[in-house]
Design a protein around this ligand. Structure first.
Ligand code: COA
Length: 374
């Protein structure tokens, strides 16, 4: 399969509603691919809280209606924050030839309290949330364990945040595209769940992203999907052997490297699921970029900056590009496609030919990995 078109709206606190965002990203991707809705064989949509937040479910039917391509099969996929990655996985492994995948979320019209509760729907209700483990608290436990085991510091987390905020300044569609942030701002921000502060968290964002997948390669701008894998783990943290790594990421990555016939050392650029800063460090270790506990050394040495040895999250990541949940996994692939085409503008990673995206649902309950090749 090839990605032949990409589209993305601005991420952030937006005026547009769910329908407008989904439509805008879809049209952008179709134009980029040079195909019309009538040429599509199937549509996949990815969305998490359209029901509670935007009061709209059945988004597959919404999309075919908006695009006036009624009649073709269309599907809605929900796998929490991995909804985008798993929607693309299903499309890639399907029987269809011309497919549109649209990820969308409208979150900012709900209150912070409502969002905290509805995002919690993606975690374990029976064991974890009874004990107060909402998302920031779960990732705070992971950060505490990583610090105890490997000597990771608050400064290391702040450096991840700073790098992603600096990258977002180069990305006009990022949630924090215009917010200049210093290391001091990050380190002095309010504690959300210790040790995680405001600037360790991804924000609540609106936005949409879309890609067009085609079985046939149609031109030089098409980017090959070299691997597409999904793996799972127990939803509850108390049933895990370790809190400092995600088995689902490790399993899906192992399978993806086999499919693409590459080693992690051959990657040129990555988009990883930094819903909280600690998640970026854990991802680097689980994806085999470095040994467990070594990610902090990479961050301290600046290896993951755009001009570094292995750039991670050049668009700003979930931290600063934003995290409209259903759109995130699709946006990661749109970004990698732009990077591998050499069309990423000021945030272009020089000479990028192979990229990997890691999209995680819940606190590591699901992981989707895609490897793209120029
Ligand atoms: N990082 C940096 N700044 C943030 C931010 C974030 N994550 N979230 C909000 N802000 C900023 C806003 O831009 C605003 O700045 P301004 O005053 O300059 O305009 C200010 O903080 C207040 O915004 P508000 O929306 O009132 O924040 P909040 O306190 O309601 O929410 C969090 C902050 C951290 C609770 C919220 O962003 C959150 O829940 N994030 C995690 C989302 C999540 O769990 N996603 C799923 C991951 S698996």
């Amino acid at each position: 399969m090839y990605i032949s078109g990409v589209g993305k709206t601005k991420f952030g606190v937006l005026q547009e509603g769910l329908h407008e965002l989904a439509y805008a990203a879809a049209v952008h991707a179709l134009r980029d691919a040079g195909i019309s809705p009538k040429e599509l064989d199937a549509v996949y949509t990815s969305n998490f809280i359209g029901g509670p937040d935007a009061k709209q479910l059945h988004l597959n039917s919404v999309l075919v209606s908006l695009l006036q391509c009624e009649g073709i099969p269309a599907f809605r996929n929900e796998t929490a924050c991995a909804s985008g990655g798993t929607a693309v996985f299903q499309a890639v492994h399907s029987q269809y030839s011309n497919i549109l995948v649209v990820g969308v979320e409208k979150m900012t019209s709900a209150s912070g309290k409502e969002n905290g509760m509805t995002i919690g729907f993606a975690g374990d209700r029976l064991l974890d949330q009874e004990e107060g483990l909402i998302f920031p608290a779960s990732y705070a436990l992971i950060a505490q364990q990583h610090m105890l085991k490997y000597g990771t510091t608050l400064e290391d987390l702040a450096l991840v945040s700073l790098k992603n905020h600096e990258n977002a300044l180069l990305n006009p569609t990022a949630h924090f595209a215009h917010k200049k942030v210093t290391l001091e701002d990050i380190k002095n921000s309010e504690v959300v769940s210790s040790p995680l502060r405001l600037f360790d968290c991804s924000p609540i964002s609106d936005g949409a992203a879309a890609i067009v997948l085609t079985k046939k390669r149609n031109g030089d701008r098409d980017i090959q999907v070299a691997a597409s894998s999904v793996a799972t783990d127990s939803i509850s943290l108390v049933q895990r052997k370790s809190l400092t790594s995600f088995e689902a990421t490790k399993k899906a990555a192992k399978e993806a490297y086999i499919q693409a016939k590459i080693k992690p050392q051959q990657l040129d650029v990555l988009e990883v699921h930094d819903c909280f800063t600690i998640a970026e460090l854990v991802a680097m270790e689980d994806l085999g970029l470095c040994k467990p506990g070594e990610s902090k050394e990479w961050v301290r040495a600046g290896k993951t900056k755009i001009e570094g040895e292995l750039p991670i999250n050049p668009d700003g990541g979930l931290k600063a590009d934003g995290h409209p949940i259903g759109a995130t996994g699709v946006a990661q692939l749109a970004e990698l496609t732009m990077q591998l085409r050499g069309e990423a503008g000021k945030r272009q990673v020089k000479g990028a030919e192979v990229g990997l995206a890691q999209n995680v649902g819940g606190v590591g309950g699901t992981a989707a990995i895609h490897i793209l090749r120029k």
